[in-house]
Design a protein. Structure first.
Length: 302
């Protein structure tokens, strides 16, 4: 099997690469179909996915069986201020990859987000629920979903949320650093969603991509919490003593609107191959155990 991972330097791309190399994730072994897979990794320096000709050349030369698109403009406030740029990457870039993959008869996995929903309904969203993005990030990611689906019938659109991994910056590392440096954290308590381990998401993506059950999936760790509750679990799990204070979203005005309730249910997984995603608490516990600098010690340099 020949696999192309776009955005391989990011949190999810790194975990996909690691699972394919090691054959196992924190949940368990990946499908045997990936044994001996030839993996090509690209990032923006190697491939600009907004360049349709460059994408076409690379995908044709690689004769890939599977393309996994982790590349995206994910800075939510940055997208609000540069929606045209976000659209080129999150929508047109995704379409370029899907079309090039279709010409090779390859499957494509396109990673999307909870932000395609309005976040106004206080109930878990399933795959078939009406969308209604309220930010440029959500609008451009939803546009990407629609363009990918139209360009390649052999598509898997995988929505996730609140992602954290072992490389790069994320909420978990930020909270740990603030707790160590300031001895206090102040975090919003009126936004709720699903914290999700990139290692677990990578595992589930590989299970999904092995199938022919094309369509849209949700893949998040199980359970819903607020950002404040998540932050408390992080510092407590890491053994960092600090003062914890909840606050409101209104206390931190930002250019882009955040969803109030963006919890997803992995209904399509439940109905097809089975949902093996862990609870967010179990995934976080493993992450803190495996992350250099857990339990309050200074982290290793990345």
């Amino acid at each position: 099997m020949r696999i192309l991972i776009c955005g391989a330097g990011g949190q999810l791309g790194h975990e996909l690469t690691r699972l394919l190399e090691q054959g196992v994730g924190e949940i368990g072994p990946i499908p045997a179909a990936y044994r001996g897979a030839e993996v090509t990794k690209t990032d923006v320096a190697a491939l600009d996915i907004t360049d349709a000709s460059a994408v076409e050349r690379l995908v044709a030369a690689g004769a890939f069986d599977l393309v996994i698109n982790c590349a995206a403009m994910t800075n939510v406030d940055g997208c609000e201020e540069q929606e045209d740029a976000a659209y080129r990457i999150n929508a047109q870039g995704a379409e370029n990859l899907a079309r090039a993959a279709a010409r090779q008869g390859a499957k494509i996995v396109h990673v999307s987000t909870d932000y395609v929903f309005s976040g106004d309904e206080a109930a878990e969203r399933v795959e078939g629920d009406p969308t209604g993005p309220q930010s440029a990030y959500g609008r451009t990611k939803l546009a990407g979903e629609l363009l990918v689906a139209a360009a390649n019938p052999r598509h898997f659109i995988v929505r996730t949320a609140w992602l954290y991994g072992y490389v790069g910056k994320n909420f978990v590392k930020t909270i740990m650093a603030l707790a160590r440096d300031r001895g206090a954290i102040r975090v919003v308590d009126d936004q709720r969603g699903n914290p999700t381990s990139a290692n677990d998401l990578a595992y589930e993506i590989l299970r999904i991509a092995e199938t022919e059950d094309f369509g849209t999936y949700h893949a998040t760790n199980k359970g819903t919490c607020s950002w404040f509750e998540f932050a408390c679990a992080i510092v407590d799990g890491a053994g960092i003593p600090c003062e914890k204070t909840p606050c409101a979203t209104a206390d931190f005005p930002r250019p882009a609107k955040r969803p109030t309730f963006s919890s997803l249910r992995n209904k399509r997984l439940e109905d097809t191959i089975g949902d093996e995603m862990r609870t967010w608490q179990d995934a976080l516990a493993d992450y803190l155990e495996n992350l250099p600098g857990h339990r309050g010690d200074p982290p290793d340099k990345e």
